[in-house]
Design a protein around this ligand. Structure first.
Ligand SMILES: Nc1ncnc2c1ncn2[C@@H]1O[C@H](COP(=O)(O)OP(=O)(O)OP(=O)(O)O)[C@@H](O)[C@H]1O
Ligand SMILES: [Mg+2]
Length: 340
């Protein structure tokens, strides 16, 4: 925290080249994140600046941050936001037509984020909400499989058309690209593409857009959190220590960018053998609940490790039975906390 304060102080010595005060006052520099190893990340909006001025500003900010004791690496993420004017504060918090944005995140990959995001979206729709699902995982989009969507997104009147499945509207990076080609994108490009997907999609009026984030706490997550300003984030973790360490990082990241953590969902807890009925805990049990308590964030629910959860996903169906009831409960929690 001390390093972060020092970084903020260093930034207040850098004037906005477009006038209006320092880069902190005008909102050009924001979202400072300091990692344990001394890496500092921040977002620098370069709207309204020509290329040379933007590059000079980037170099000045980088040098100012690097001079702060305790900083090993400075990562400056440049963004150009169409809506902002040179001296404007950061852009408005909502996307027109979408009442609430809820992000589903995890520190670690493969813990069931996409499964949780899709089934949370289904549960919210069952509760009577008009729901959209954005698959923001550019490197491994899962929503086309989870929802049985094939082919590219249609474009009508210059707007991307989401696909409707099980009562929700879905758009995925997998609907933009060839599934057999590797996507090699640098963070800033990927982040701005995602923001465009949210803003330029024909969602219609939505009560809530659920965003399935890629794993981790990198540029994409940071920029999305900053630019789209979700109303809340749900953190998915397995009960094992390794996943929990990363879940803690994810909670810290959202804290840094002032996104409210709605709570933690424990996934893959308790495996019931379909042959003998014995319940075992391959990834432990209750770890995420304890961790949520330790971090002071709500615990939203525990989803068992079940063959049926995986097969539902693979056959593009919502989960049913006990896991569906758990998702209904989690959805109720989300509805109350974000005010849907
Ligand atoms: N509770 C569960 N029981 C059984 N299988 C599960 C459960 N949750 C998720 N899975 C399976 O685990 C795999 C990983 O899940 P998923 O793709 O949702 O994870 P993810 O966190 O989104 O992964 P990534 O980090 O790659 O985006 C999938 O095959 C999914 O069907
Ligand atoms: Mg995923």
């Amino acid at each position: 925290m001390a390093v972060k304060n020092d970084v903020m102080t260093a930034l207040t010595a850098v004037a906005d080249p477009a006038g209006g005060g320092t880069v902190v006052e005008t909102g050009r520099a924001a979202g400072v994140v300091v990692k344990d190893d001394g890496t500092v990340g921040l977002v620098l909006a370069v709207d309204g600046l020509d290329k040379t001025t933007a590059e000079r500003l980037q170099a000045t900010v980088e040098a100012a941050v690097k001079r702060v004791p305790g900083v090993s690496v400075a990562r400056i993420i440049l963004t150009a936001d169409r809506a902002a004017t040179p001296t404007a504060a950061p852009k408005a918090s909502t996307v027109p037509g979408i009442r609430k944005l809820v992000a589903v995140a995890s520190g670690k990959g493969g813990v069931g984020k996409s499964t949780v995001a899709a089934n949370l979206a289904f549960a919210l729709a069952r509760a009577g909400q008009t729901v959209g699902l954005l698959d923001a995982d550019i490197y491994g989009p899962s929503v086309p499989t989870l929802l049985g969507i094939e082919g590219r997104a249609r474009v009508e009147n210059d707007k991307l058309q989401p696909e409707v499945r099980h009562g929700i509207k879905a758009l995925s990076m997998g609907m933009m690209t060839d599934p057999n080609k590797a996507i090699v994108w640098r963070g800033p490009m990927a982040s701005s593409a995602l923001v465009q997907m949210v803003e330029q999609c024909d969602w219609g009026a939505l009560d809530v857009l659920v965003i399935d984030l890629p794993p981790g706490t990198g540029d994409v997550q940071l920029t999305l959190a900053q630019k789209l300003k979700p109303d809340g984030a749900l953190i998915v973790s397995t009960p094992q220590d390794l996943a929990l360490i990363d879940a803690r990082r994810a909670v810290a990241m959202f804290g840094e960018v002032n996104v409210r953590v709605l709570g933690v969902v424990e996934n893959m807890a308790g495996y019931c053998c379909p042959n003998c009925g014995h319940v075992s805990d391959p990834f432990g049990h209750g770890g995420a609940e304890k961790e949520a308590e330790a971090m002071g964030v709500p615990f939203l629910g525990r989803i068992p490790l079940q063959m049926a959860v995986r097969t539902a996903s693979e056959t593009a169906q919502p989960v049913s039975g006990e896991p569906a009831a758990i998702f209904d409960e989690i959805a109720r929690g989300v509805i109350v906390t974000v005010g849907l």
